[in-house]
Design a protein around this ligand. Structure first.
Ligand code: F6P
Length: 526
């Protein structure tokens, strides 16, 4: 199937965009959620949505049925459905790199290869065969590591998507960790991180996983070389047993001296790679069954996104809400508030997912855009955030939509904690919306501060998979409306090139040709 972006108008050239602008002026800018609840007894049910493993309450947002209807018009006029179909069918919608965007295939059950409704079933079948062969091999290896009592520590060396995904998921699913292994994650080129990790490890009981899609990333290669040198210095010899590589560039891993490798494909974007061999640390932690549940949860969300009508499609509703807030209300950020301490790396994971995907200033043809794209994402687990920056969320001059995540079931048995945690997340969402009038000024809460509430029954491999897939697809939706390529990341290149130029100057002291500030700072670092 082919998808042509030019067959659809740019979002700001659609009738729906103009209608949304008028709607914002007439009703959106003065919209008061409290009044909306008073006027509509059904508001909670019409603005909430069940999706696989995730219930979402959107009713505390500055939207109503009229807003959603116009946003859906926008989605139709921008060709969202065709774009979504193109992703699932394996069209090369990552046009600047001429690649398919096919992470959904990584969680598609093998059996569906033959009955896919997609337009390219043979291609899907071929790729899916490779996916499942690698998955089976990777899970068998995970089982082997899990049963190898001599290995006590597993160190994942990777950065960006080759770190944030597995790290976030391993922490989130700690309650399901049954391997008895200690998992460590080293990403930063700052040697303090690797040195601190290596302290206390022994070569004979450590497995290093070198996770890099490209196997060229400078941070990862530097850490991998240092780990290899440390291993040899500790008397380690059996590299095949103590090093494995997770990469699309198996040849480079072999050249590096690693023979145990698990591959993936260039149609897996770095920030979408958790479902591939990059998920090996998670598979080691929770086992093959848990990892397959994780994939199944994501697949259930994929099917929801692929088949549910747009008005009852949670990723679509969230992505359109993001557009409404960014382009019409002008909100510049979103705060991520997971009320579960195991989701401590979830905000960081979402930062890469959304900001690396949609932090773009040109359309798919490279033409500058006159409207805003990715918001900044930031956050900390609740209740910690409440005692840090929630002051600003409640009483600051900027409106920051908040996205809460709460989990009904606790997996500890300490009395009192979980009801207190749940009371706090409910209270924060309530306080943001209701506010409080206080004539004295300092104690006045304006209220009408929007939030979305995502609710899981339990934090399990399946529900985490669904939650992350939900986030991937909502980023797809806003990026699709904005007409950008959400799947490249050219913005990370310039800094890499300049670092290569600067590094030798730190030894030579040569500041020729540098700007005044960089030259001045470099002088201080000599
Ligand atoms: O930050 C740029 C980036 O390419 C990310 O997209 C990616 O997740 C990260 O670097 C790591 O890349 P690799 O897995 O190739 O080492």
């Amino acid at each position: 199937m082919s998808f042509s972006r030019s067959a659809h108008p740019r979002c700001d050239h659609t009738p729906a965009w103009a209608a949304l602008q008028a709607h914002y002026q007439a009703a959106g800018r003065s919209f008061d959620t409290r009044q909306a609840f008073a006027a509509d007894a059904q508001r909670f049910s019409t603005l909430s949505q069940s999706a696989p493993h995730v219930f979402a309450d959107l009713s505390k947002n500055r939207v109503d049925a009229a807003t959603e209807a116009l946003l859906l018009d926008l989605a139709h006029q921008c060709g969202l459905e065709a774009h979504r179909a193109a992703m699932f069918d394996g069209t090369a919608i990552n046009t600047t790199e001429n690649r398919e965007v096919w992470h959904v295939l990584l969680r598609k059950p093998a059996i569906q290869a033959v009955d896919s409704a997609g337009a390219a079933p043979e291609k899907i079948a071929i790729e899916l065969t490779k996916v499942h062969a690698t998955l089976d091999a990777m899970l068998a290896y995970a089982a082997q590591v899990r049963s190898d009592a001599a290995i006590t520590d597993v160190v994942n060396i990777g950065i960006g998507g080759s770190d944030l995904g597995p790290q976030m998921a391993v922490l989130a699913l700690d309650a399901f960790a049954t391997s008895g292994k200690r998992l460590h994650f080293v990403s930063n080129v700052d040697g303090h991180e690797l040195a601190a990790t290596l302290k206390g490890l022994k070569a004979e009981s450590t497995l290093f996983l070198i996770a890099s899609k490209t196997f060229t990333t400078i941070e990862t290669m530097t850490n991998a070389r240092s780990a290899k040198a440390w291993f040899a210095a500790q008397g380690g010899t059996d590299t095949a047993r103590h090093f494995a590589a997770l990469t699309t560039n198996v040849a480079a891993a072999n050249a590096f001296g690693i023979t145990t490798t698990f591959g993936f494909w260039d149609w897996v974007g770095g920030r979408y790679s958790l479902w591939s061999a990059i998920g090996l640390p998670l598979a080691i932690a929770i086992g093959a069954g848990g990892f397959r549940d994780f994939l199944a949860g994501a697949h259930a969300m994929d099917e929801h996104f692929r088949t549910a009508p747009l008005e009852a499609n949670l990723p679509v509703r969230l992505g359109l809400l993001d557009v409404w807030y960014r382009n019409f209300h002008g909100f510049t950020s979103r705060s991520i508030a997971p009320y579960h301490s195991a989701l401590k790396r979830y905000p960081a994971y979402l930062q890469q997912l959304e900001m690396e995907s949609n932090g773009k200033q040109v359309d798919t043809e490279g033409q500058p855009l006159p409207y805003a794209t990715s918001p900044a994402l930031w956050g900390e687990p609740g209740t910690n955030g409440q005692h840090a920056y929630f002051q600003m969320l409640h009483q600051g001059t900027d409106v920051v939509p908040v996205e809460f995540v709460a989990v009904k079931k606790a997996r500890h048995d300490l009395p009192g904690h979980h009801p207190m945690l749940l009371a706090n997340v409910l209270a924060q969402a309530q306080a943001l919306m209701l506010g409080k009038v206080d004539a004295g000024g300092h104690k006045n809460f304006p209220g009408n501060r929007p939030s979305t509430f995502l609710l899981l029954d339990d934090l399990t491999p399946a529900s985490l998979g669904a939650l992350i897939a939900l986030q991937e697809h909502r980023v797809f939706v806003s990026g699709s409306i904005w007409g950008i390529n959400s799947f490249d990341q050219w913005g990370v290149e310039l800094g890499k090139v300049l670092a290569k130029d600067i590094e030798p100057r730190l030894a030579s002291g040569d500041v020729a040709g540098l700007d005044g500030s960089t030259a001045g700072l470099l002088g201080l670092l000599l």
